[in-house]
Design a protein. Structure first.
Length: 241
């Protein structure tokens, strides 16, 4: 069963069509990769799903409910969480308080919010950092904090926007393990990522776009060997490798 369905999505910014008639779905329990060159419309699609940007036309369904035009906070409460490409924690607050603030979208007391925040921080390997200021974390820690803040909203679908960018090789392996653990907890994942080691190793399916339009969809192997994807994004070197 599809947890997310995007049908004929179009998003215009004035005379620029950033997303052009894109259709795809994410199944329950699936990790779906969304790839494409810089400026191809990937983050715009995320912003349309959450209604940060009102769409020009098309429809977006979450677990069978049409959420097109729904208020962003209501979409979150329905069960769609997300991270952002540029992480912006509440820098002067502790790691624990950052996640506690997110948990208030689901609970009504400080005690419950802190309990949920500590549970999520433990899951994201950050419990030992809970009393540190968020701004003191290195990039790997800030990326995990961003995921923890999203998980504290108790999503059924998690949108991950370049959560592996800037990580070293060992941190990349940890990120891959964490994303798989998230899926194993019953949370579907839609991920935008430029690092091919991540996207190809964890995705069940991949949807590729270029200039706002779909150019391919399939398994990682199918997409990696698609001529349109090689030309637009991966390059011949990747195909030969």
């Amino acid at each position: 069963m599809a947890v997310l369905e995007i049908k004929n999505l179009i998003k215009d910014f004035g005379g620029l069509r950033a997303v052009n008639n894109v259709t795809f779905h994410v199944d329950e329990g699936e990790i779906m990769g969304l790839i494409g060159p810089n400026g191809s419309g990937k983050t715009t699609i995320f912003n349309c799903i959450n209604n940060y940007f009102p769409i020009t036309s098309g429809n977006i369904f979450f677990k069978g409910t049409n959420i097109t035009g729904m208020k962003t906070y209501k979409i979150c409460r329905l069960g769609i969480g997300r991270t952002f490409q540029v992480v912006k924690p509440l820098a002067r607050m502790s790691v624990l308080d950052n996640v506690t603030a997110s948990a208030f979208s689901r609970v009504n007391s400080i005690k419950e919010a802190r309990k949920e925040a500590e549970r999520v921080l433990d899951f994201c390997f950050l419990l030992g950092e809970k009393d540190k200021l968020a701004r003191s974390l290195p990039i790997g820690g800030r990326k995990r904090l961003e995921i923890a803040r999203a998980l504290a909203t108790k999503p059924k679908l998690l949108l991950l926007d370049e959560t592996a960018a800037g990580l070293n090789p060992s941190e990349l392996d940890e990120a891959i393990d964490l994303i798989r653990k998230i899926r194993d907890r019953g949370i579907s994942v839609l991920i935008v990522e430029h690092i091919m080691k991540v996207i190809m190793s964890i995705s069940d399916r991949i949807h590729a776009i270029n200039f706002g339009q779909t150019i391919a969809e399939g398994t990682p192997d199918e997409v990696a060997n698609d001529p349109a994807v090689i030309e637009a994004y991966l390059g011949e070197e990747y195909a030969q490798g």
